[in-house]
Design a protein around this ligand. Structure first.
Ligand code: URA
Length: 209
């Protein structure tokens, strides 16, 4: 069954409200996205496998839990995925990183791939695909189809805001990939933007408008 997990911790909701406000500065927007991304990372990695390793504390020896297996791979859907990536790397500095570049054709909204680089050994890794906005779902759907070709151990999709239309589209194409989001908004407008949303995440993050 397709799953959507709403990560609505009070700290996330508060920070997201600050991000939505149109007068929030570029610097503040970036900082808030990074902070929320750390909190999202904490939740989406809840089920990472652990193994016991023998260690010595200053007092005695013990078998203590550590993450087992290869490091997680984070995939940023360029360019807005960068904001979530930066926050998640704060929490998981050893994670591997890949990038996929897609742009939306402004008339058809159909995604066009212009960049693709992922670690060679993703087949042995769990993958978190990050993009702040799940709007029409076109980019996320195309990115995940492309990433599935690399056969990672598992894939999760993590965003900040999702539109119901984007969730439906994504799960129709990828029912096996769970979505994690900080909020589910009302709907899309006629240009494929999320309402009430926060505007263009890339422009707000990089100050390009
Ligand atoms: N991408 C954005 O940055 N914002 C939206 O509302 C939709 C897609």
């Amino acid at each position: 069954m397709p799953s959507v997990t709403l990560i609505d911790h009070p700290l996330i909701q508060h920070k997201l409200t600050l991000m939505r406000q149109k007068d929030t500065s570029t610097a503040k927007f970036r900082q808030l996205l990074e902070e929320i991304s750390m909190l999202l990372a904490y939740e989406v990695t809840r089920d990472l496998p652990l193994e016991k390793v023998a260690i010595e504390t200053p007092m005695t020896t013990m078998d203590a839990p550590m993450l087992s297996g290869k490091k997680v791979v984070l995939i940023s859907i360029m360019r807005a995925g960068q904001g979530i990536l930066d926050g998640m790397l704060e929490l998981m500095p050893s994670a591997r990183v890949g990038h996929i570049g897609l742009y939306r054709n402004p008339k058809t909204y159909v995604p066009v791939e212009y960049y693709f680089k992922v670690p060679a050994d993703v087949a042995e890794r769990d993958m978190l695909v990050v993009d702040p906005m799940l709007a029409t779902g076109n980019s996320a759907v195309a990115a995940v189809y492309r990433l599935k070709e690399t056969q990672p151990q598992s894939i999760k999709f993590v965003c900040l805001l999702a539109a119901p239309e984007g969730i439906a589209h994504f799960h129709a194409e990828h029912p096996d990939v769970p979505i994690f989001t900080a909020a589910i908004d009302e709907r899309l407008d006629e240009h494929g933007y999320i309402l009430p949303g926060l505007g263009d995440a890339g422009d707000r993050m990089f100050g390009t408008k």
